[in-house]
Design a protein around this ligand. Structure first.
Ligand SMILES: [Zn+2]
Length: 445
């Protein structure tokens, strides 16, 4: 279930083997030296890693794209392995029953990568969600993982200093990525910027205590060879964001995102978050039956409002969107932050039924209209056009004389912020100039 919700397993055996080899090199420096570990790469652009009971360690391909060498990868694996070794999992029992995916280490649970109520009831966005099996002393767990992680890392022969630099880069990335499309958010090292900073500070202190450091070993070349061709950002199998549109080349539909909304694509859902808590969510249902209005009135709206105070569904009407049969209604309800309204729209297209719910504060009429206009742009993507959407992928380039950051940025397919992407991916601080012979990662289409 966890795997499915996070894009499934990334289908590349070489990368999986490489990650496992690095993980097992670390495992040999723990009390669980030889077996009991399963390392998995998840097919999601989100930058994250987490542990699950039973020695299951997950890293995302979003994280792998961001990592620059084997020591950085090892630092993340070691941190997650400590969560597993120290049993940093929420208690089972009552709490577990309440949270379907409890039993996960803090990085995942806290950051909402796994959490969320998939039964379709109105849920708070992950950033403000506080339930869901959240461990009480999670921040301290991250500090423990930081300290012991550095110990395992350095005993396995990796330079501790790398993990400090990498953690700082992740922290900088976290702030930056909020404004950039197509690049996953960072979900690691605690929930709040403050908790993340604490974790990074703990890593820094732990590294300072290490006496020896190995800095003359090339950790970069093996890593970059292993991730050559890695898919970067969203993938056609789950839908892509291009030029302000969400496009699903396989299911062959698209719609425009409302201006100023930030999209997030998960395995079964697209969530676009806007100002003032506004949220446009797209998913599908196989429960719709013949009449779409009846589905909204009798099934969907009641299931959504089961656990909140709600008013009557109004303006329930059949209509047509993008040439497809559709129906729409408005469901008022109250949540912690006050009165809300959710426009509920179902569209039957190509045997599938898509559902949009556009949620905004009841007083935010403009936002509600903006989301309604976005839903109205839902349309079929022609086969020929669908075939032109390819995923981005990571190309490893050896720097030649005459190369420059500007040239690299121009070669990358992002419409905006290509240089910032290049610098973030490669850990290039502002003003740093490429040196001939160095390896860098470029995003290609
Ligand atoms: Zn952690």
């Amino acid at each position: 279930m966890i795997v499915a919700r996070n894009g499934g397993i990334y289908p590349n055996e070489d990368i999986a083997k490489y990650v496992t080899a690095v993980g097992m090199r670390l495992a040999r420096k723990t009390e669980q030296a030889n077996e009991g570990w399963v390392f998995t790469v998840l097919d999601t652009p989100t930058v994250s890693a987490f542990a699950q009971p039973g020695g299951y360690i997950y890293v995302t391909r979003g994280l792998l794209a961001f990592v620059n060498d084997e020591a950085e990868l090892a630092s993340i694996l070691a941190h997650q392995m400590v969560h597993s070794l120290e049993n940093h999992f929420p208690p089972t029992g009552e709490e577990a029953a309440a949270a379907p995916d409890s039993g996960l280490a803090p990085d995942a649970v806290l950051d909402g990568l796994i959490g969320g109520r998939k039964d379709g009831t109105f849920a708070l966005p992950p950033s403000v969600r506080t339930s869901g099996g959240r461990p009480i002393f999670s921040d301290q767990m991250d500090v423990v993982a930081a300290i012991r992680g550095v110990d395992i890392l350095t005993r396995a022969g990796y330079p501790g200093a790398k993990s400090v630099a990498f953690a700082k880069r992740l922290l900088a990335q976290d702030t930056w990525s909020r404004d950039v499309d197509g690049m996953g958010d960072m979900m690691l090292f605690g929930e709040t910027p403050l908790a993340k900073a604490d974790t990074v500070a703990a890593i820094e202190l732990a590294v300072r205590d290490q006496v020896t450091d190995i800095s003359n070993i090339d950790f970069e070349t093996p890593y970059l060879s292993a991730i050559r061709g890695l898919v970067y950002g969203d993938s056609p199998a789950r839908g892509l964001i291009r030029d302000g549109k969400f496009i699903h080349p396989e299911l062959r539909f698209s719609f425009e995102l409302p201006e100023g909304f930030t999209p997030e694509i998960t395995a079964g859902e697209v969530i676009a978050r806007g100002p003032n808590g506004a949220m446009l969510v797209l998913d599908t249902t196989d429960q719709a039956g013949e009449r779409l209005e009846s589905y909204i009135r009798d099934k969907w709206a009641p299931s959504l409002t089961r656990s909140v105070r709600s008013g009557y569904l109004y303006d329930l009407t059949p209509n047509e969107i993008g040439g497809f049969d559709a129906a729409s209604g408005f469901q008022p309800y109250d949540d912690d932050s006050g009165p809300k309204v959710a426009q509920l729209v179902v569209i039957r297209a190509d045997k599938r039924v898509y559902r949009f719910r556009a949620i905004s504060a009841a007083a935010d009429f403009d936002l509600s209209q903006q989301m309604e206009a976005a839903i109205d742009t839902f349309e079929e993507v022609p086969v020929t056009l669908a075939a032109t959407f390819k995923p981005y992928w990571i190309h490893v380039h050896e720097i030649q004389p005459g190369d420059s950051v500007n040239l690299f940025a121009a070669a990358m397919p992002m419409r905006d912020g290509a240089e910032a992407h290049f610098r973030a991916l490669n850990g290039y601080a502002d003003g740093r100039v490429p040196m001939v012979g160095e390896l860098v990662k470029l995003v290609m289409e």
